[in-house]
Design a protein around this ligand. Structure first.
Ligand code: FAD
Length: 347
């Protein structure tokens, strides 16, 4: 049986919930489908020590402030899961889970969404499936012959399994810095990155990056460019990262050029033995369910105007990164983009 609905949201993480908040306010006929068993999106799979890079008041969805943690510090992943769980209950958001959308196709005047629990027909589809589900590992010569263990950020929970093993951490962003800070408390590490990682000054946190994204967006609309302190990929010096810097472990080597059966090797012939390679090399947007629409550009992304897909006006994309709204992959930015998106859909 095919069910009909005006707006179907795919994904019940922070972006899907932000959309739900404004759809509810607009009186829309909508549901949210989420593949997870429980609320919280990607946050429920994050490592134990993860700390947000902004304080609670800058890490909130519309309508309800994230509670400040008892220690007054930045919220943890578990705090964020608790917040999102409470959020969807408080606003009575109609989230159906676990439901996975497998394919979105064009119908006659609507979009057809095939899921593992039946078929939906929607006038508008909002895709908010995040990136956590498509970890990215670059290819290096010898990668298959490495005799040690290889993991990605998504596999990491806590440092204990790495005690006594030499760990190479690959990547120049926040995940790499935070995992390095964590693992280096129990064992030896080597940090490698393609470009020298840039640490934001201690007094700047995610707020500065959010404000920079906002100014860049406004300037782009006016045809101008903005220079600012820091960049969106810069590392926020959250307390564990600062401690790692004090311990002297926060020094990155240049990227290796190949992997050997026992470690890594650089272009100048030098080699390093290691037991573990931890790839903190990012993610790609989880867009597989949209493949039948054939909307992807050469860069693998779907061209959008705001959140609306250029090639399919009934489809909106929310929360994947700046290309779907400035800072829309953050808690605070998802809300602002969702507000503008729902206003557009309502019109
Ligand atoms: P998700 O949380 O991934 O939610 C998407 C949901 O859609 C999931 O429940 C998923 O199961 C579901 N789904 C996927 N595919 C399907 C499908 N086909 N059908 C149905 N459901 C599907 N952000 C901040 O705002 N502040 C921070 O301080 C911050 N710090 C970070 C620090 C680190 C070290 C890292 C790595 C990330 C940080 N982030 C931060 C970013 C944040 O983790 C993500 O951007 C955020 O989880 C994305 O939310 P989302 O709703 O877009 O996606």
């Amino acid at each position: 049986m095919t069910r009909e609905i005006d707006v179907l949201v795919i994904g019940g993480g922070q972006a899907g919930l932000a959309a739900g908040y404004y759809l509810r306010r607009a009186g829309a006929d909508f549901v949210i489908l989420d593949a997870q068993e429980r609320p919280g999106g990607a946050w429920q799979h994050a490592w134990t020590s993860l700390r947000l890079f902004s304080p609670a008041q800058y890490s909130s969805l519309p309508g309800r402030m994230m509670p400040v943690p008892p220690d007054g510090g930045y919220p943890s992943a578990a705090d964020t899961v608790a917040y999102l769980t409470d959020y969807e209950r408080r606003y009575e958001l109609p989230v159906l889970r676990p439901v996975t959308a497998n394919a979105v196709r064009r119908g006659d005047g609507h979009l057809v969404v095939e899921t593992d629990r039946g078929v939906w027909q929607a006038k508008t589809v909002i895709s908010a499936t995040g990136t956590w589900w498509r970890p990215y590992v670059p290819h290096y010569a010898g990668i298959r012959d490495f005799g040690g263990e290889q993991l990605h950020t998504v596999d990491y929970r806590d440092p204990e399994p790495f005690r006594g093993r030499h760990v190479v951490i690959v990547g120049g962003g926040n995940s790499a810095a935070q995992l390095l800070a964590d693992i280096s408390t129990v064992t030896t590490t080597t940090w490698v990155a393609q470009h020298p990682p840039r640490l934001l000054p201690d007094e700047l946190d995610g707020r500065a990056l959010f404000e920079l994204a906002t100014r860049r967006h406004r300037a782009a609309l006016a045809g101008e460019t903005v220079q600012g302190i820091g960049d969106l990929g810069d590392i926020v010096a959250v307390p564990p990262v600062r401690e790692a810097r004090e311990r002297g472990v926060l020094k990155a080597e240049p990227m290796f050029t190949r992997i050997t059966p026992s470690g890594i090797a650089w272009a100048d012939g030098s080699e390093l033995a290691c037991d573990v390679i931890l790839w903190c090399t990012g993610f790609r947007p989880a867009l597989g369910h949209l493949a039948p629409l054939r909307l992807r550009g050469p860069d693998g992304l779907i061209p959008t105007e705001g959140t609306r897909a250029v090639g399919e006006p009934r489809l909106h994309l929310l929360g994947y990164g700046d290309w779907t709204g400035p800072a829309s992959a953050t808690l605070i930015g998802a809300g602002r983009t969702a507000r503008d998106m729902v206003a557009q859909i309502s019109r």
